[in-house]
Design a protein around this ligand. Structure first.
Ligand code: NAD
Length: 462
Protein backbone atom coordinates (compact mmCIF):
# COMPACT_ATOMS: atom_id res chain seq x y z
CA UNK A 1 0.00 0.00 0.00
CA UNK A 2 1.28 3.46 -0.92
CA UNK A 3 0.52 6.18 1.67
CA UNK A 4 0.33 9.50 -0.13
CA UNK A 5 1.06 12.56 1.96
CA UNK A 6 0.85 16.29 1.30
CA UNK A 7 4.37 17.73 1.88
CA UNK A 8 2.93 21.16 2.71
CA UNK A 9 1.15 20.12 5.92
CA UNK A 10 2.02 16.40 6.17
CA UNK A 11 -1.69 15.51 5.94
CA UNK A 12 -2.70 12.15 4.57
CA UNK A 13 -4.14 12.35 1.04
CA UNK A 14 -4.86 8.79 0.06
CA UNK A 15 -3.74 5.16 0.21
CA UNK A 16 -3.28 3.35 -3.08
CA UNK A 17 -2.88 -0.34 -3.77
CA UNK A 18 0.52 -1.08 -5.29
CA UNK A 19 1.34 -3.53 -8.07
CA UNK A 20 2.67 -6.99 -7.32
CA UNK A 21 5.02 -9.24 -9.33
CA UNK A 22 1.91 -11.08 -10.63
CA UNK A 23 0.02 -7.94 -11.67
CA UNK A 24 3.19 -6.62 -13.35
CA UNK A 25 3.63 -9.86 -15.30
CA UNK A 26 0.00 -9.67 -16.37
CA UNK A 27 0.44 -6.02 -17.43
CA UNK A 28 3.50 -6.93 -19.47
CA UNK A 29 1.69 -9.75 -21.28
CA UNK A 30 -1.29 -7.50 -22.05
CA UNK A 31 1.01 -4.77 -23.32
CA UNK A 32 2.91 -7.26 -25.47
CA UNK A 33 -0.29 -8.38 -27.19
CA UNK A 34 -1.68 -4.87 -27.56
CA UNK A 35 1.55 -3.46 -29.02
CA UNK A 36 1.40 -5.83 -31.99
CA UNK A 37 -1.85 -4.23 -33.06
CA UNK A 38 -0.97 -0.66 -32.01
CA UNK A 39 2.15 -0.52 -34.19
CA UNK A 40 0.04 -1.41 -37.24
CA UNK A 41 -2.42 1.42 -36.73
CA UNK A 42 -1.92 4.24 -39.22
CA UNK A 43 0.36 6.91 -37.78
CA UNK A 44 -2.43 9.49 -38.11
CA UNK A 45 -4.61 7.50 -35.69
CA UNK A 46 -1.88 7.36 -33.08
CA UNK A 47 -1.19 11.06 -33.57
CA UNK A 48 -4.89 11.92 -33.24
CA UNK A 49 -5.00 10.23 -29.83
CA UNK A 50 -1.89 12.12 -28.64
CA UNK A 51 -3.31 15.35 -29.97
CA UNK A 52 -6.51 14.85 -28.04
CA UNK A 53 -4.46 14.05 -24.91
CA UNK A 54 -2.75 17.39 -25.45
CA UNK A 55 -6.17 19.09 -25.57
CA UNK A 56 -7.18 17.35 -22.34
CA UNK A 57 -4.06 18.76 -20.64
CA UNK A 58 -5.19 22.23 -21.73
CA UNK A 59 -8.80 21.73 -20.63
CA UNK A 60 -7.88 20.27 -17.22
CA UNK A 61 -4.76 22.31 -16.47
CA UNK A 62 -6.10 23.92 -13.29
CA UNK A 63 -7.25 20.65 -11.78
CA UNK A 64 -4.03 18.87 -12.78
CA UNK A 65 -1.80 21.66 -11.50
CA UNK A 66 -3.57 21.63 -8.12
CA UNK A 67 -3.15 17.88 -7.87
CA UNK A 68 0.57 18.15 -8.60
CA UNK A 69 1.03 20.93 -6.06
CA UNK A 70 -0.91 19.01 -3.43
CA UNK A 71 1.12 15.88 -4.02
CA UNK A 72 4.69 17.20 -4.33
CA UNK A 73 4.62 20.80 -3.13
CA UNK A 74 5.59 22.63 -6.32
CA UNK A 75 4.17 26.19 -6.34
CA UNK A 76 0.95 26.29 -8.34
CA UNK A 77 2.31 28.69 -10.97
CA UNK A 78 5.29 26.39 -11.57
CA UNK A 79 2.96 23.37 -11.84
CA UNK A 80 0.87 25.21 -14.45
CA UNK A 81 4.06 26.20 -16.27
CA UNK A 82 5.12 22.56 -16.43
CA UNK A 83 1.79 21.41 -17.86
CA UNK A 84 1.82 24.18 -20.49
CA UNK A 85 5.43 23.42 -21.37
CA UNK A 86 4.48 19.77 -21.83
CA UNK A 87 1.88 20.78 -24.41
CA UNK A 88 4.61 22.58 -26.34
CA UNK A 89 6.76 19.44 -26.26
CA UNK A 90 3.82 17.37 -27.53
CA UNK A 91 3.43 19.85 -30.41
CA UNK A 92 7.07 19.27 -31.29
CA UNK A 93 6.64 15.49 -31.33
CA UNK A 94 3.42 15.72 -33.36
CA UNK A 95 5.14 17.88 -35.96
CA UNK A 96 8.31 15.79 -36.30
CA UNK A 97 7.72 12.10 -35.60
CA UNK A 98 6.16 10.85 -38.82
CA UNK A 99 9.19 11.63 -40.98
CA UNK A 100 11.34 9.19 -38.97
CA UNK A 101 8.95 6.30 -39.57
CA UNK A 102 9.40 6.36 -43.34
CA UNK A 103 11.70 3.83 -44.90
CA UNK A 104 14.74 5.07 -46.78
CA UNK A 105 16.15 3.60 -49.96
CA UNK A 106 19.91 4.02 -49.81
CA UNK A 107 20.77 2.05 -53.01
CA UNK A 108 20.26 3.03 -55.74
CA UNK A 109 20.41 6.60 -54.60
CA UNK A 110 18.07 7.76 -57.33
CA UNK A 111 14.61 6.41 -58.20
CA UNK A 112 14.49 4.23 -61.29
CA UNK A 113 11.49 3.12 -63.30
CA UNK A 114 12.53 -0.54 -63.41
CA UNK A 115 13.10 -2.65 -60.37
CA UNK A 116 16.86 -2.28 -59.72
CA UNK A 117 19.06 -5.37 -59.65
CA UNK A 118 19.96 -4.67 -56.03
CA UNK A 119 18.10 -2.49 -53.59
CA UNK A 120 19.12 -1.52 -50.06
CA UNK A 121 16.46 -0.07 -47.78
CA UNK A 122 16.36 0.91 -44.11
CA UNK A 123 13.03 0.64 -42.32
CA UNK A 124 12.21 1.43 -38.71
CA UNK A 125 10.25 -0.65 -36.21
CA UNK A 126 9.16 0.37 -32.72
CA UNK A 127 11.20 -1.20 -29.93
CA UNK A 128 8.16 -3.06 -28.54
CA UNK A 129 7.16 -2.83 -24.87
CA UNK A 130 9.17 -0.27 -22.93
CA UNK A 131 9.23 0.69 -19.26
CA UNK A 132 9.11 4.37 -18.35
CA UNK A 133 10.36 4.68 -14.76
CA UNK A 134 10.08 8.28 -13.66
CA UNK A 135 11.23 10.84 -11.13
CA UNK A 136 8.81 13.10 -9.24
CA UNK A 137 10.36 16.56 -9.67
CA UNK A 138 8.85 17.25 -13.13
CA UNK A 139 6.47 14.34 -13.65
CA UNK A 140 4.86 15.84 -16.75
CA UNK A 141 8.15 16.68 -18.41
CA UNK A 142 10.14 13.58 -17.63
CA UNK A 143 7.16 11.26 -18.15
CA UNK A 144 6.02 12.76 -21.45
CA UNK A 145 9.57 12.95 -22.85
CA UNK A 146 9.26 9.17 -22.98
CA UNK A 147 5.63 8.11 -23.30
CA UNK A 148 4.67 10.60 -26.04
CA UNK A 149 7.35 9.66 -28.62
CA UNK A 150 7.20 6.01 -27.51
CA UNK A 151 3.46 5.82 -28.20
CA UNK A 152 3.64 7.85 -31.41
CA UNK A 153 6.26 5.50 -32.82
CA UNK A 154 4.12 2.43 -32.03
CA UNK A 155 5.50 1.18 -28.73
CA UNK A 156 3.51 0.06 -25.69
CA UNK A 157 4.50 1.69 -22.41
CA UNK A 158 4.52 0.41 -18.84
CA UNK A 159 4.67 3.72 -17.02
CA UNK A 160 5.80 3.74 -13.40
CA UNK A 161 5.42 7.22 -12.00
CA UNK A 162 7.42 8.06 -8.90
CA UNK A 163 5.81 7.04 -5.62
CA UNK A 164 5.83 10.77 -4.80
CA UNK A 165 3.68 11.70 -7.81
CA UNK A 166 1.50 8.65 -8.25
CA UNK A 167 -1.78 10.56 -8.36
CA UNK A 168 -0.42 12.74 -11.15
CA UNK A 169 0.80 9.65 -12.99
CA UNK A 170 -2.62 8.02 -12.73
CA UNK A 171 -4.34 11.23 -13.88
CA UNK A 172 -2.05 11.30 -16.93
CA UNK A 173 -2.75 7.67 -17.86
CA UNK A 174 -6.50 8.15 -17.42
CA UNK A 175 -6.38 11.06 -19.87
CA UNK A 176 -4.28 9.09 -22.34
CA UNK A 177 -6.92 6.34 -22.31
CA UNK A 178 -9.77 8.81 -22.65
CA UNK A 179 -7.92 10.37 -25.59
CA UNK A 180 -7.91 7.06 -27.47
CA UNK A 181 -4.73 5.26 -26.40
CA UNK A 182 -5.88 1.65 -25.86
CA UNK A 183 -5.87 0.64 -22.20
CA UNK A 184 -3.29 -2.11 -22.67
CA UNK A 185 -0.96 0.06 -24.76
CA UNK A 186 -0.18 2.37 -21.85
CA UNK A 187 -0.46 0.83 -18.39
CA UNK A 188 0.32 2.56 -15.10
CA UNK A 189 2.45 0.52 -12.72
CA UNK A 190 2.04 1.76 -9.16
CA UNK A 191 4.57 1.58 -6.36
CA UNK A 192 8.05 2.45 -5.16
CA UNK A 193 11.52 1.10 -5.88
CA UNK A 194 10.56 -2.54 -5.24
CA UNK A 195 7.83 -2.28 -7.87
CA UNK A 196 10.26 -0.62 -10.31
CA UNK A 197 12.71 -3.47 -9.69
CA UNK A 198 10.00 -6.09 -10.26
CA UNK A 199 9.08 -4.39 -13.55
CA UNK A 200 12.63 -4.94 -14.76
CA UNK A 201 12.24 -8.71 -14.28
CA UNK A 202 9.99 -8.71 -17.34
CA UNK A 203 11.54 -9.31 -20.78
CA UNK A 204 11.06 -5.68 -21.81
CA UNK A 205 12.42 -4.19 -25.02
CA UNK A 206 13.73 -1.10 -23.29
CA UNK A 207 13.83 0.87 -20.07
CA UNK A 208 13.77 4.65 -20.06
CA UNK A 209 14.64 5.90 -16.62
CA UNK A 210 14.76 9.30 -14.95
CA UNK A 211 16.09 9.46 -11.42
CA UNK A 212 19.21 9.39 -9.30
CA UNK A 213 22.65 8.09 -10.20
CA UNK A 214 22.41 5.47 -7.43
CA UNK A 215 19.19 4.02 -8.83
CA UNK A 216 20.45 4.41 -12.40
CA UNK A 217 23.27 1.97 -11.67
CA UNK A 218 20.76 -0.56 -10.33
CA UNK A 219 18.63 -0.15 -13.46
CA UNK A 220 21.64 -0.70 -15.71
CA UNK A 221 22.63 -3.87 -13.93
CA UNK A 222 19.04 -5.24 -13.84
CA UNK A 223 18.61 -4.47 -17.54
CA UNK A 224 21.77 -6.40 -18.37
CA UNK A 225 20.03 -9.62 -17.28
CA UNK A 226 17.31 -9.10 -19.91
CA UNK A 227 19.51 -7.56 -22.64
CA UNK A 228 17.21 -4.58 -23.14
CA UNK A 229 17.90 -1.07 -24.39
CA UNK A 230 18.70 1.30 -21.51
CA UNK A 231 18.42 5.04 -21.35
CA UNK A 232 19.27 6.89 -18.15
CA UNK A 233 18.61 10.52 -17.27
CA UNK A 234 20.29 11.04 -13.94
CA UNK A 235 21.35 13.73 -11.52
CA UNK A 236 23.71 16.65 -11.87
CA UNK A 237 25.99 19.07 -10.05
CA UNK A 238 25.58 21.79 -12.62
CA UNK A 239 28.02 24.70 -12.47
CA UNK A 240 27.69 28.26 -13.68
CA UNK A 241 30.51 30.77 -14.08
CA UNK A 242 29.88 34.51 -13.76
CA UNK A 243 32.51 36.50 -15.68
CA UNK A 244 33.73 39.94 -14.65
CA UNK A 245 31.95 41.79 -17.50
CA UNK A 246 28.30 41.10 -16.58
CA UNK A 247 25.48 43.25 -15.29
CA UNK A 248 25.81 42.07 -11.70
CA UNK A 249 22.24 42.73 -10.54
CA UNK A 250 20.56 41.07 -13.51
CA UNK A 251 22.90 38.11 -13.50
CA UNK A 252 22.44 37.54 -9.78
CA UNK A 253 18.66 37.47 -10.28
CA UNK A 254 18.96 34.95 -13.14
CA UNK A 255 21.40 32.72 -11.27
CA UNK A 256 19.28 32.76 -8.11
CA UNK A 257 16.26 31.66 -10.09
CA UNK A 258 18.30 28.90 -11.72
CA UNK A 259 19.34 27.66 -8.29
CA UNK A 260 16.04 27.97 -6.41
CA UNK A 261 13.27 27.29 -8.97
CA UNK A 262 11.22 24.25 -7.85
CA UNK A 263 13.06 24.60 -4.49
CA UNK A 264 16.29 23.53 -6.21
CA UNK A 265 14.75 20.16 -7.10
CA UNK A 266 15.58 20.30 -10.80
CA UNK A 267 18.04 17.93 -12.41
CA UNK A 268 19.56 20.97 -14.18
CA UNK A 269 19.30 23.40 -11.26
CA UNK A 270 22.41 25.49 -10.74
CA UNK A 271 24.24 23.60 -8.00
CA UNK A 272 27.61 25.43 -7.99
CA UNK A 273 28.35 29.08 -8.69
CA UNK A 274 31.82 30.38 -9.58
CA UNK A 275 32.33 34.12 -9.75
CA UNK A 276 35.30 36.09 -11.10
CA UNK A 277 37.11 37.54 -8.09
CA UNK A 278 36.72 41.14 -9.35
CA UNK A 279 32.93 41.03 -8.93
CA UNK A 280 32.64 38.41 -6.17
CA UNK A 281 31.59 40.81 -3.38
CA UNK A 282 28.89 42.74 -5.30
CA UNK A 283 27.61 39.53 -6.90
CA UNK A 284 27.24 37.72 -3.56
CA UNK A 285 25.44 40.73 -2.11
CA UNK A 286 23.02 41.00 -5.07
CA UNK A 287 22.43 37.24 -5.03
CA UNK A 288 21.47 37.24 -1.35
CA UNK A 289 19.13 40.19 -1.94
CA UNK A 290 17.44 38.32 -4.80
CA UNK A 291 16.93 35.21 -2.65
CA UNK A 292 15.60 37.27 0.28
CA UNK A 293 12.81 38.46 -2.04
CA UNK A 294 11.45 34.95 -2.58
CA UNK A 295 8.15 34.17 -0.95
CA UNK A 296 8.52 30.85 0.87
CA UNK A 297 5.37 29.06 2.03
CA UNK A 298 2.07 27.56 0.94
CA UNK A 299 2.58 26.47 -2.69
CA UNK A 300 -1.12 26.97 -3.41
CA UNK A 301 -0.83 30.68 -2.56
CA UNK A 302 -0.27 33.17 -5.34
CA UNK A 303 3.26 34.55 -5.45
CA UNK A 304 4.93 31.68 -3.57
CA UNK A 305 8.25 30.91 -5.22
CA UNK A 306 9.56 28.24 -2.86
CA UNK A 307 7.26 25.54 -1.48
CA UNK A 308 8.10 22.53 0.65
CA UNK A 309 10.49 19.82 -0.49
CA UNK A 310 8.66 16.84 -1.93
CA UNK A 311 10.46 14.46 0.42
CA UNK A 312 11.27 15.17 4.05
CA UNK A 313 14.09 12.62 3.84
CA UNK A 314 16.09 15.10 1.74
CA UNK A 315 16.62 17.24 4.87
CA UNK A 316 19.27 14.76 5.95
CA UNK A 317 21.28 15.30 2.73
CA UNK A 318 21.00 19.09 3.05
CA UNK A 319 21.96 19.09 6.72
CA UNK A 320 24.97 16.89 6.07
CA UNK A 321 26.22 19.22 3.31
CA UNK A 322 25.59 22.29 5.48
CA UNK A 323 27.35 20.86 8.55
CA UNK A 324 30.29 19.73 6.43
CA UNK A 325 30.59 23.15 4.72
CA UNK A 326 30.46 25.00 8.04
CA UNK A 327 32.99 22.68 9.64
CA UNK A 328 35.37 23.40 6.73
CA UNK A 329 35.07 27.18 6.92
CA UNK A 330 32.16 28.22 4.69
CA UNK A 331 30.08 31.22 5.73
CA UNK A 332 26.30 30.90 5.79
CA UNK A 333 24.72 34.16 4.60
CA UNK A 334 21.11 33.07 4.60
CA UNK A 335 19.00 30.19 5.92
CA UNK A 336 20.77 26.99 6.92
CA UNK A 337 17.92 25.23 8.74
CA UNK A 338 14.48 23.70 8.20
CA UNK A 339 11.58 26.07 8.88
CA UNK A 340 9.63 25.46 12.05
CA UNK A 341 6.14 24.02 11.92
CA UNK A 342 4.44 21.44 9.75
CA UNK A 343 5.57 20.58 6.25
CA UNK A 344 8.91 19.87 4.59
CA UNK A 345 10.04 23.49 4.37
CA UNK A 346 13.75 24.30 4.27
CA UNK A 347 14.95 27.90 4.38
CA UNK A 348 16.65 29.04 1.14
CA UNK A 349 20.32 28.83 2.02
CA UNK A 350 23.34 30.65 0.58
CA UNK A 351 26.98 29.94 1.43
CA UNK A 352 30.10 31.89 0.49
CA UNK A 353 33.78 30.99 0.93
CA UNK A 354 33.13 27.45 -0.23
CA UNK A 355 35.65 25.12 -1.89
CA UNK A 356 35.94 21.69 -3.46
CA UNK A 357 36.81 19.96 -0.21
CA UNK A 358 33.17 20.43 0.73
CA UNK A 359 30.34 18.02 -0.11
CA UNK A 360 28.26 21.08 -1.03
CA UNK A 361 30.46 21.60 -4.11
CA UNK A 362 30.77 17.90 -4.99
CA UNK A 363 27.54 15.95 -4.35
CA UNK A 364 24.10 16.63 -5.78
CA UNK A 365 22.20 18.81 -3.28
CA UNK A 366 18.73 18.72 -4.86
CA UNK A 367 17.30 21.36 -2.54
CA UNK A 368 17.37 25.10 -1.81
CA UNK A 369 21.03 25.30 -0.78
CA UNK A 370 23.83 26.84 -2.87
CA UNK A 371 27.52 27.66 -2.55
CA UNK A 372 29.26 30.59 -4.29
CA UNK A 373 33.03 30.37 -4.86
CA UNK A 374 35.44 33.04 -6.12
CA UNK A 375 37.87 32.18 -8.96
CA UNK A 376 40.96 34.02 -10.21
CA UNK A 377 40.28 33.77 -13.94
CA UNK A 378 38.60 31.79 -16.73
CA UNK A 379 41.17 29.01 -16.54
CA UNK A 380 40.43 28.38 -12.88
CA UNK A 381 36.69 28.55 -13.59
CA UNK A 382 37.04 25.87 -16.28
CA UNK A 383 39.10 23.67 -13.99
CA UNK A 384 36.54 23.94 -11.15
CA UNK A 385 33.54 23.47 -13.40
CA UNK A 386 35.05 20.28 -14.81
CA UNK A 387 35.95 18.92 -11.38
CA UNK A 388 32.86 16.70 -11.11
CA UNK A 389 31.69 13.19 -11.89
CA UNK A 390 28.45 14.55 -13.33
CA UNK A 391 27.89 15.97 -16.82
CA UNK A 392 24.39 17.32 -17.32
CA UNK A 393 24.70 21.09 -17.97
CA UNK A 394 27.13 23.98 -17.48
CA UNK A 395 26.63 27.70 -18.03
CA UNK A 396 28.52 30.93 -18.36
CA UNK A 397 27.35 34.52 -18.05
CA UNK A 398 29.38 37.07 -20.01
CA UNK A 399 28.89 39.84 -22.57
CA UNK A 400 31.46 38.19 -24.83
CA UNK A 401 30.20 35.34 -27.02
CA UNK A 402 33.67 34.18 -28.05
CA UNK A 403 34.76 33.98 -24.43
CA UNK A 404 31.58 31.99 -23.65
CA UNK A 405 32.16 29.60 -26.56
CA UNK A 406 35.76 29.01 -25.56
CA UNK A 407 34.72 28.13 -22.00
CA UNK A 408 31.70 26.04 -22.97
CA UNK A 409 33.72 24.02 -25.51
CA UNK A 410 35.74 22.68 -22.56
CA UNK A 411 32.67 21.33 -20.73
CA UNK A 412 32.03 17.58 -20.82
CA UNK A 413 28.27 18.05 -20.39
CA UNK A 414 25.19 17.24 -22.45
CA UNK A 415 24.01 20.88 -22.54
CA UNK A 416 25.79 24.22 -22.30
CA UNK A 417 24.24 27.62 -21.65
CA UNK A 418 25.34 31.15 -22.47
CA UNK A 419 23.53 33.81 -20.42
CA UNK A 420 20.77 31.39 -19.46
CA UNK A 421 20.36 28.31 -17.27
CA UNK A 422 17.92 25.60 -16.15
CA UNK A 423 16.55 25.52 -19.69
CA UNK A 424 15.27 22.59 -21.78
CA UNK A 425 14.13 22.83 -25.40
CA UNK A 426 12.13 20.18 -27.28
CA UNK A 427 14.26 20.93 -30.35
CA UNK A 428 17.54 20.01 -28.62
CA UNK A 429 18.62 16.66 -27.21
CA UNK A 430 18.34 16.32 -23.44
CA UNK A 431 21.26 14.16 -22.48
CA UNK A 432 23.68 13.59 -19.65
CA UNK A 433 27.28 12.42 -19.68
CA UNK A 434 29.25 10.43 -17.11
CA UNK A 435 27.23 10.07 -13.88
CA UNK A 436 24.41 12.14 -15.41
CA UNK A 437 23.39 9.29 -17.64
CA UNK A 438 23.30 7.93 -21.16
CA UNK A 439 21.06 8.37 -24.18
CA UNK A 440 18.86 11.33 -25.11
CA UNK A 441 15.26 12.38 -24.95
CA UNK A 442 13.77 15.29 -26.96
CA UNK A 443 14.85 16.50 -30.42
CA UNK A 444 14.92 14.07 -33.36
CA UNK A 445 17.28 11.89 -31.30
CA UNK A 446 14.59 11.51 -28.65
CA UNK A 447 12.25 10.20 -31.36
CA UNK A 448 14.56 7.75 -33.12
CA UNK A 449 15.63 6.32 -29.77
CA UNK A 450 12.27 4.52 -29.67
CA UNK A 451 12.90 2.84 -33.04
CA UNK A 452 15.11 0.01 -34.19
CA UNK A 453 16.39 -0.11 -37.75
CA UNK A 454 15.95 -3.02 -40.15
CA UNK A 455 18.33 -3.39 -43.12
CA UNK A 456 16.69 -4.75 -46.30
CA UNK A 457 19.02 -6.36 -48.90
CA UNK A 458 16.73 -6.91 -51.93
CA UNK A 459 18.16 -8.66 -55.01
CA UNK A 460 15.95 -8.86 -58.10
CA UNK A 461 15.55 -12.42 -59.43
CA UNK A 462 17.96 -13.10 -62.30
P1 NAD B 1 15.06 7.89 -7.59
O1 NAD B 1 16.25 7.31 -8.26
O2 NAD B 1 14.94 7.74 -6.12
O3 NAD B 1 13.72 7.28 -8.21
C1 NAD B 1 13.39 7.37 -9.57
C2 NAD B 1 12.41 6.29 -9.93
O4 NAD B 1 13.04 5.01 -9.81
C3 NAD B 1 11.18 6.22 -9.03
O5 NAD B 1 10.05 5.95 -9.83
C4 NAD B 1 11.50 5.05 -8.10
O6 NAD B 1 10.36 4.42 -7.58
C5 NAD B 1 12.25 4.13 -9.04
N1 NAD B 1 13.16 3.15 -8.41
C6 NAD B 1 13.81 3.28 -7.22
N2 NAD B 1 14.60 2.19 -7.01
C7 NAD B 1 14.42 1.36 -8.09
C8 NAD B 1 14.96 0.10 -8.48
N3 NAD B 1 15.84 -0.55 -7.71
N4 NAD B 1 14.57 -0.43 -9.67
C9 NAD B 1 13.70 0.22 -10.47
N5 NAD B 1 13.15 1.42 -10.15
C10 NAD B 1 13.51 1.99 -8.98
O7 NAD B 1 15.03 9.42 -8.01
P2 NAD B 1 13.98 10.56 -7.60
O8 NAD B 1 14.19 10.94 -6.19
O9 NAD B 1 12.62 10.18 -8.04
O10 NAD B 1 14.44 11.75 -8.56
C11 NAD B 1 15.47 12.64 -8.23
C12 NAD B 1 16.70 12.37 -9.07
O11 NAD B 1 16.33 12.37 -10.45
C13 NAD B 1 17.74 13.47 -8.93
O12 NAD B 1 19.01 12.87 -8.89
C14 NAD B 1 17.56 14.27 -10.22
O13 NAD B 1 18.70 15.01 -10.60
C15 NAD B 1 17.22 13.20 -11.19
N6 NAD B 1 16.52 13.73 -12.37
C16 NAD B 1 17.19 13.74 -13.57
C17 NAD B 1 16.58 14.27 -14.70
C18 NAD B 1 17.30 14.32 -16.02
O14 NAD B 1 16.65 14.61 -17.00
N7 NAD B 1 18.59 14.06 -16.09
C19 NAD B 1 15.29 14.79 -14.60
C20 NAD B 1 14.64 14.75 -13.37
C21 NAD B 1 15.27 14.21 -12.25
Amino acid sequence: MLHIENPTDESHIKDIETDTPDSIKDAFLRAKRAQKEWRKRPYQERAAAISSFRDALAADEDELARLLTQEMGKPLGQALGEIRGTRARIDFFLAHTEQFLRQEQVLPTEDTEDLPAMREVISYDPLGVVANISAWNYPYFVGSNVFIPALLTGNAVLYKPSEFTTLTGLAIVERLHNAGIPKDVCIAVVGGGDVGAALLNQPLDGVFFTGSYATGKKILSAAAQQMMKVQLELGGKDPVYICDDVDVQQTAISAAEGAFYNAGQSCCAIERIYVHKDIYEPFVEAFVEAVKDYKVGDPMEEGTFIGPLARGAQFEVLQQQIDDAQAKGATCLLGGTPLEGKGHFFAPTVFRDVNHDMLLMKDETFGPVIGIQAVENDAEAIEKMCDTEYGLTAGVFTQDMQRAEAILAEMDTGSVYWNCCDRVSPRLPWTGRNHSGMGSTLSHIGITTFLKPKAWHMRRPA
